[in-house]
Design a protein. Structure first.
Length: 247
């Protein structure tokens, strides 16, 4: 095979549909965050259901959720194009127009999160962050005490324990809505959002050339995760014992 034949075959390979039909929109840190959060939520549920003997593992899942949520908030500021909040969170008017468009089947494709999906992201981060944090400060006054309970007084700790329990139901509802929305996109709009969150790519008709991302900036994401984990470790290590806390 000549050099010319080799170049020609390579050019044809680049032009095949499997190479040109999709474009990159989700960076690797966003995708790892998404699936790590799924794993952490499932682990938190399982360790809670298994009882007191698994409480320390339940606490570890709380650490994981805190780090993941904190990372995603920071990544929403310094991350890649479609990870940034200013890129996908839109005002109420634009979101309402999108919602009405859904009813009429006339919504345009979005490279990243659509307006309703953006609010779901913000709600998830807020609810999961609040639930994980309240659990770490909680005290059920029977068996389980969160590792950071010594930072707050007993009354507030009990209130945070109650908040932790009640938020679970709201998070469960939000997860159910999210799953139904993903299924609806697949059935009615032929958008495979699960595959997109695995590969990071979406069809070309959803992603104009100017919206493609060319780098995941994984090194920066790794630095943020290490910094957040170190900060949380320091806070936990220096948490006062409940018996020693004075309020």
């Amino acid at each position: 095979m000549t050099t010319t034949d080799y170049v020609t075959r390579n050019e044809l390979a680049v032009e095949t549909p499997q190479h040109v039909q999709h474009r990159q929109v989700w960076d690797l840190p966003v995708r790892l965050f998404h699936w790590a959060l799924v794993a952490a939520i499932i682990s938190a549920f399982v360790t809670n259901r298994l009882g007191v003997a698994y409480f320390k593992y339940h606490v570890w899942t709380g650490y994981a959720v805190i780090i993941l949520v904190s990372f995603r908030i920071l990544w929403g500021i310094v991350g890649t194009r479609h990870a940034k909040f200013r890129q996908f969170v839109r005002g109420p008017a634009a979101t309402l127009r999108y919602a009405f468009g859904l009813l009429h089947g006339s919504t345009p494709p979005y490279p990243g999160h659509n307006p309703l999906g953006a609010y779901m992201v913000v709600m998830f981060l807020t609810a999961l962050g609040a639930q994980a944090a309240s659990g770490l400060f909680g005290d059920d006054d029977i068996f389980n005490t969160g590792p950071l309970a010594g930072y707050v007084d007993k009354h507030l700790s009990l209130q945070l324990t109650s908040l932790h329990r009640h938020l679970f139901y709201w998070v469960t509802i939000a997860i159910a809505v999210h799953i139904l929305a993903v299924i609806a996109h697949h059935v009615f709009k032929s958008e495979n959002l699960i595959l997109a969150m695995i590969t990071g790519r979406k069809p070309c008709h959803c992603v104009p050339e100017g919206e493609i991302i060319h780098s995941s900036r994984t090194w920066l994401a790794a630095l943020l995760v290490v910094a957040l984990a170190s900060a949380l470790r320091w806070i936990v290590a220096h948490a006062p014992d409940i018996a020693d806390a004075s309020f």
